[in-house]
Design a protein around this ligand. Structure first.
Ligand SMILES: [Fe+2]
Ligand SMILES: [Fe+2]
Length: 484
């Protein structure tokens, strides 16, 4: 008689829930130990046995075992599982595990009764490695087509919806970025030609960005690695809006505040429409006069914002941060102020986003830009002087020690680009997409790897960073590799 048939109706649900919990713990153990040990290891074999035991209980009783994951909750046989407090971390871990692999559910059928330990371990290994592929679920299902895995099925319409959802947010990301650029250009051109420019479109852009921020922050962050030499001021402004939004979200700003903050980011350099092009694009150092001209742009931004066609209330909310964005935390920057004054919260956020993006971008007078991790190093040296130390800490924690889009050289000889950090990624050992030399020069996207991954046999890291560069040194547009 199986464990399940022994259950009485009373407390049946609770016992089933406990068995569900047992299953998830067994799955966690076997996936975790499989990352560390080879198939003949006694600990791993024990874990596999325990896993087979828990699944068999269900399959013998119900004929199958189905597991679904929805919004971080697990359902077995369509019943929501309740977990004991001490196991919450395992639940979180497993929910992230499935999310990374785009798995929404699977089902063990009757053939599971004939399964061998080797087959289960092979399945677990494939499950673990599927994370490296860009389309983990598609990769996994293709490999499981082999007859040896007829005992497991992935729930197909969830597969499609997961993939579709992923594609949809990438599409939204690309669309919002190009829409943002086009709208900003339109506003600037209208200003130059002295026709009335409204904010309706750029307000919509910010709404799209705020939406994307709650759906997929990593994707939005990835978008901020777009670099355009010719359209520098526009791409820079969109990137500043994105980085500010992500920082704003990290400190818990409301949706409404985020919308205003994003708008500030988009218009912070609007005053540059009045700066002569020769100065904006001058190769080499600016003269003292030219620098004075350049320093006028924050005040000019205020003037241009005032002229925009928009509700007064809204304009009042977005005036100050553009004025303050070069003022520095200790108000020693420009426009100069007589007495030390406090820079507003939005002003301090925009200052960080602005500096980080500006120094990560290649410019005419500085053809080789700093690698993003070195920019963070420079910023840390100026913490408390140029930058709000607490906000800077949050920012660095958000982008990681190696920010997304950093080009890295590995001790394996490979080049890679750092992917945006997700909630659970390792800040010092990020996930990267490897670059493969293309036939006609340039680079193609290679596999995605996790630098936190260790060699099962030696226990040491498989890949280590030996050097970092700005992708522009290799003529690489990071967003193309991160977003596509
Ligand atoms: Fe500026
Ligand atoms: Fe700027």
């Amino acid at each position: 008689m199986t464990e399940i048939t022994k259950l009485t109706t009373e407390g049946n649900q609770k016992r089933r829930s406990l068995l569900g919990e047992k299953f998830l713990i067994a799955l966690y153990r076997v996936t975790a130990t499989s990352k560390m040990y080879q198939s003949n290891n006694a600990v791993l074999i024990d874990c596999a046995r325990e896993f087979i035991g828990t699944v068999s209980n269900w399959v013998l009783e119900d004929g199958y075992l189905s597991v679904n994951i929805s919004r971080g909750h697990f359902f077995m046989q369509d019943e929501k599982l309740v977990f004991q407090r001490e196991n919450i971390n395992i639940v979180k871990e497993m929910s992230a595990y499935f999310e990374q692999r785009l798995i929404k559910g699977f089902r063990f059928n009757r053939s599971f009764n004939e399964v061998s330990i080797e087959q289960v371990l092979e399945f677990i290994r494939l499950l673990n490695s599927s994370k490296e592929d860009e389309e983990p679920l598609v990769w996994l299902v293709t490999r499981l087509e082999d007859g040896a895995f007829s005992w497991i099925e992935f729930i197909s319409d969830s597969d499609a919806s997961a993939k579709a959802q992923n594609e949809a947010s990438k599409e939204l990301a690309r669309k919002s970025y190009s829409y943002a650029l086009a709208s900003l250009k339109e506003v600037s051109q209208k200003i130059v030609s002295e026709s009335r420019a409204g904010v309706r479109k750029i307000k919509r852009v910010v709404q799209d960005m705020v939406d994307l921020l709650s759906i997929d922050k990593a994707l939005l962050l990835g978008m901020s690695t777009v670099r355009d030499y010719d359209d520098y001021t526009y791409t820079h402004s969109v990137n500043v809006a994105i980085l500010s939004l992500c920082l704003g979200k990290a400190i818990g700003l409301s949706r409404l505040s985020l919308s205003n903050l994003g708008l500030c980011g988009l218009v912070h350099d609007l005053g540059k429409v009045e700066t002569p092009k020769e100065i904006l694009k001058k190769p080499g150092k600016l003269t003292a006069e030219e620098f004075m001209e350049m320093e006028k742009h924050p005040l000019r931004s205020v003037g241009q914002i005032l002229k925009l066609q928009a509700e007064r209330d809204l304009k009042a909310k977005v005036l100050l941060p553009p004025l303050e964005h070069h003022m520095k935390y200790d108000s020693s920057g420009y426009p100069r102020v007589r007495r030390r004054q406090t820079v507003s919260l939005f002003g301090r956020i925009i200052t960080i986003a602005d500096f980080f993006d500006a120094l990560s971008s290649p410019r005419i007078y500085r053809p080789v830009a700093y690698s993003p991790d070195k920019v963070l190093g420079l910023m840390l040296q100026r913490s408390g002087k140029d930058f709000d130390p607490i906000l800077l800490k949050v920012f660095i924690n958000m982008v990681g020690a190696y920010p997304m889009g950093t080009l890295i050289e590995l001790d394996t000889g490979d080049l890679g680009l750092v992917l945006p950090s997700t909630g659970e990624s390792n800040k010092v050992r990020p996930r990267v997409v490897l670059l493969v030399s293309g036939n006609g020069g340039g680079y193609k996207k290679g596999e995605r790897v996790d630098l936190a991954e260790k060699d099962a046999a030696t226990g040491s890291y498989i890949r280590n960073i030996v050097n970092t560069f700005n992708p522009s040194e290799y003529n690489i547009q990071p967003a193309e590799f991160i977003l596509s």
